[in-house]
Ligand binder design. Sequence first.
Ligand SMILES: [Zn+2]
Length: 73
Amino acid sequence: MLCQCPPCQQLLRTGRRHSYLTTISQIRNSELVKCTLCLSYYLHEQSHWETVSSHGDHYPFPTKPKYDAIMQN
Ligand SMILES: [Zn+2]
């Protein structure tokens, strides 16, 4: 299944950050980031990337990120 944008697929494969990643929160050694391109969320922990949630339905035309409302409350 193809849920992530190409830069994110590379992120998960190689661990290389790309410029569409935005840090949501940082706790101790963990970092929650969001991709503004495919609207997926990732957890970065001990140089390991894990998908928290992905919004493949939106890619490549991101519309309204439904999780943004939840995160801001
Ligand atoms: Zn992405």
